[in-house]
Write a new protein. Structure first.
Length: 167
């Protein structure tokens, strides 16, 4: 199998946030896709080892913030390369409450979601969620995964579904 083909698939860059017993937490994902329009549903792929996984399992809710080309790369650094297990990520990342969910301020919009189903794989859970509320908050270019790699020169850590081991 030519694994290079996986680098030809297109994604965006998002923050998935949720509650951990009253404390906001979350991580970066590229794996957000719309599944249906009516009712509006989306799916995300979340690694079993991510602390965010446990918190979504427990709360049954999450928000997706759409990051932009102008989003401070430190937001991706904090949310994508540390774990909420041992750090309060939202002490460093500004957020606001939308429909009772924490949403990253440095974004161009958000969706708040309720988990309605899930599918297990060996490493990741695919959460299917109904979108409860959504808004566009800024007229900014959303960040694509290609932009993240080519312009920001960002890497994808081990728990990302698109991770490729470096030789
Ligand atoms: C660009 C990028 C994309 C990522 N995509 C995903 C993803 O789709 N699913 C996933 O489970 N982890 C993904 N990750 C990895 C998590 O963000 C990372 O493991 C994070 O540290 C988990 O934090 P937590 O333990 O607080 O949940 C991605 C990270 C980056 C930087």
């Amino acid at each position: 199998m030519d694994n290079k083909i996986f680098t030809k698939l297109s994604y965006g860059v998002y923050a998935v946030s949720t509650w951990d017993n009253g404390r906001p937490t979350g991580c970066i994902v590229n794996s957000v896709m719309q599944i249906t329009s009516s009712p509006a549903t989306i799916a995300i792929s979340m690694n079993h080892n991510n602390y965010t996984h446990k918190c979504i399992e427990e709360s049954g809710k999450f928000a997706v913030s759409v990051l932009t080309e102008k989003t401070d790369p430190a937001v991706i650094g904090t949310l994508g390369f540390f774990s909420g297990r041992d750090t309060d990520k939202f002490e460093k990342v500004a957020y606001e409450l939308k429909s009772y969910m924490p949403v990253v301020s440095d974004s161009c919009g958000y969706l708040t979601c309720k988990v309605i189903n899930k599918m297990e794989t060996t490493t990741h859970t695919v959460f299917l969620a109904e979108v409860e509320e959504a808004a566009v908050s800024a007229d900014a270019e959303p960040m694509t995964y290609a932009y993240y790699h080519k312009v920001i020169k960002g890497k994808s850590p081990k728990n990302a579904p698109t991770y490729i081991a470096e030789n």
